[in-house]
Design a protein around this ligand. Structure first.
Ligand code: MSP
Length: 505
């Protein structure tokens, strides 16, 4: 039987404005997961854009454009941003694509036939910014409890989704699968909502028309109902069953914590209603904050992610995002912190290890990898690949990086202790050969293991090690079984992570 692919998704991003570093964050995390999964088997990584709804329509109107025109103009910006951050997704879905719209309409019809979608009257509060309905009791001082904006009163005949029917099953599922929503804090928060009880909610809108038309009716489908279905429309639900089942249920769905409710309460219920299983894991991560506030264009604290990639290097940013905090927690963003990570971990530790190894090789061995001998340090780190893979699949990226950095520091320390310059002076050639070989092979292993995190820089390190222009060897097990060949010509080159001056200092 074909091995089921490791399917990882990001939320699809509203294109109501320009992308910011928060959007890069989730996408880069998904990229690290997908790249790691590909070292062991098939993977599928989906991202995309959420193009319907009032928020996008309002943004288009404000720019004097038709919504479709606005989306078409903006999508390339998102795609080029992800390319700038070396993100290798397998598919980019847009909710205005016919392949998606068809599936949404089919789901709607299926649910209507089953009675899970029915006609009723909706009256209540709505926040356009969050595209969310709110009960009066949930409002904070009459405003949206999530973003603090004004809410509007809506009264219309709508189609409803029978979420309440799934309340008991949701509770049961949560109890039986205590790890399906992580981190624990979010699981507990969702459990509390379920214990309070869930209500049916409207999945159609009639007061504007930028959405997928209700089949055989008037109005459009509620943007969240439309958007959630991207995860299955992209992989051929109801169109190509074999393909769909090669991916679904997803191994992990990444979301920001503010949208955990949609993905852990509404989403599994919709999936059950169409006879499908929930994803294996929903991981709701924390926010990147500036002065305690979530980065986001609307808060006026967005940082241009293109400029950041130019200034620090996209791979340094990727490293920062995954190394700075345990995945799941909020962390504050500052250029100073990025520069510190870049200069210390990347420049002084890893970059220096590469530079001094390759320089010594030039100096003592004309750049050619010598014959191997004993590799005591590497022997101690034999379990590193398994260790890193386990940590990454467990979404403990910081731990994974720290364990790789153990090897970096140990090798740097070994240079101080073994003093290759003294070995050279004392003409202890065989010892020097063995040590230089160990350093080169150590770098090769680091390039392989850190490739999911820093694909461009590690490919460059691979090239410097003289392994050629070939793509870095991604199959970890076989790559480790075939160590660096003696006689390989290495290239010194400029530092991999040139030192940056701190902002304004
Ligand atoms: N369109 C909906 C999602 C639909 S999924 C079926 C949406 N879009 S969004 O553009 O507002 O952004 C969603 C995601 O961007 C968040 O869930 C999160 O993953 C990421 N982030 C946005 N701002 C962020 C931070 N400041 N920090 C970390 N992640 C951030 O919601």
């Amino acid at each position: 039987m074909q091995q089921r692919a490791y399917y990882v998704t990001t939320p699809i991003y509203y294109i109501s404005g320009n992308p910011h570093i928060g959007h890069v964050y989730t996408t880069v995390v998904a990229d690290v997961l997908a790249r790691t999964a590909r070292t062991a088997g098939p993977a599928f990584f989906l991202t995309g854009t959420d193009e319907h709804g009032q928020k996008v329509a309002n943004a288009a109107t404000a720019a004097g454009k038709l919504p479709q025109e606005w989306c078409d103009d903006l999508v390339p910006r998102w795609q080029s941003l992800f390319a700038a951050y070396h993100v290798a997704y397998d598919d980019f879905i847009r909710t205005t694509q016919p392949r998606h719209e068809r599936v949404v309409q089919r789901v709607f019809e299926t649910l209507r036939e089953r009675g899970d979608v029915y006609l009723g009257t909706y009256e209540g509060w709505y926040c356009v910014f969050d595209e969310t309905f709110w009960l009066e009791s949930k409002l904070a001082g009459g405003k949206c409890p999530t973003c603090g904006r004004e809410v509007q009163w809506i009264s219309e005949d709508d189609w409803f989704f029978a979420l309440s029917k799934y309340g008991p099953r949701l509770l049961e599922y949560f109890r039986a699968h205590p790890d399906w929503v992580r981190p624990k804090s979010v699981y507990n928060e969702m459990m509390a909502l379920l214990e309070e009880g869930v209500e049916d909610f409207s999945i159609s809108r009639t007061n504007f028309d930028w959405g997928i038309p209700i089949p055989g009716g008037s109005g459009v489908i509620y943007v969240w109902f439309d958007a959630l279905l991207n995860y299955i429309s992209a992989i051929g639900w109801s169109v190509d069953d074999d393909r769909f089942h090669a991916y679904w249920p997803a191994a992990v769905q990444l979301v920001g914590k503010e949208i955990a409710r949609f993905h852990t309460i509404i989403w599994p219920a919709v999936l059950w209603a169409i006879g499908e299983a929930p994803p294996e894991l929903v991981f709701a991560h924390g926010w990147i904050t500036v002065e305690g506030q979530k980065i986001g264009k609307s808060l006026g604290n967005a940082v241009d992610p293109f400029a950041l990639a130019d200034r620090f290097g996209a791979d340094s940013l990727r490293y920062f995002l995954l190394r700075e905090a345990p995945f799941g927690s909020d962390f504050s963003y500052s250029e100073e912190k990025i520069a510190q990570r870049h200069n210390n971990d990347l420049g002084n530790d890893l970059g220096n290890l590469a530079h001094r190894t390759l320089s010594m090789l030039q100096r003592y061995r004309e750049g050619v990898v010598p014959a191997p001998g004993a590799t005591p340090v590497l022997a101690r780190f034999a379990e590193l690949p398994q260790h890193m893979r386990t940590a990454i699949f467990d979404l403990r990226f910081r731990d994974a990086l720290e364990s790789a950095w153990d090897l970096v520091t140990t090798l740097n320390r070994a240079v101080e202790e073994r003093k290759p310059w003294a070995l050279h002076k004392e003409e202890r050639g065989a010892e020097l050969d063995a040590f230089l070989y160990e350093l080169c092979e150590g770098l090769r292993r680091l390039a392989i293991l850190l490739h999911p995190f820093m694909p461009e820089r590690m490919q460059e390190l691979w090239r410097r090690l003289g392994i050629g222009e070939t793509r870095i060897d991604d199959a970890w097990e076989s790559a480790f079984a075939r160590p660096l060949a003696p006689g390989t010509h290495t290239i010194l080159g400029d530092p991999l992570f040139p030192r940056l001056d701190l902002v304004g200092k």
